[in-house]
Write a protein that binds this ligand. Sequence first.
Ligand code: ZN
Length: 257
Amino acid sequence: MKIRFLGTGSAKTSLRRFHSSFLISITNHNLLMDCGDGVSSAILQQNISFASIDSIIISHLHADHYSGLASLITQMKLNQRTKRLSIFIHKSLKDFIEDYLLHSYLFLDRLGFELDIIPIEAEEEIRINESFTFISKLNSHLGKYLPKYKTDKLSFASLSFLFKEQNHSVFYSGDIGSTDDLKLFDGKIDWLITETSHIKLSELAAFLEKNNFNKVILTHIDDETEKLLEPSFKSLQKDKKQSIITASDGLILQHNS
Ligand SMILES: [Zn+2]
């Protein structure tokens, strides 16, 4: 499994980092995690071909995670893509994404490739190939809008993910509500990729004190938060500190299963 970070910034647009997105590459498949504003530029910046992306997962509908989707599909069309594209999204958001693409005049019969919007259920195991699966769970990120903005039309689904390739597992927090969401998955987790914008860094440090990971990758980083990261973890034991990586756009992590 190879993970390449395309964007490691927060919801605040920055000249230092693109919005949060990464590409997971496994045998014969490239899976894009999130596609916020500017993702097409981030992909070009990393010399990645639009055609190489086989599927996209959308974690939730804040603009820094999905609003680049119509533009990305437009790039695929303009680059004469022919191979099928799958978009995985929580089942409660499927109709909206279909409407959003329709209202962006991305008519399925004019794309030149097959576009499959696949609704996912929380806790459902999705198999991408023989050795790679992922599971999502609902987290509390959008709970702050409830109950004030609750309507029948609006979904507040926000997902965290566990990716598994053979015996290697990666927990991606997505955007979360608190460090409690970092406990959504139990069992052996090798790499933790966690956002740093919606949690207290002191609480993250306390969580890392109690839990062991081979690598902890910090992402979704505000320009202002960046300088606070290292000092927040300085009281951790040396080996824990050494396992923490502050992600930057272009960072590649490789694990040979
Ligand atoms: Zn975000």
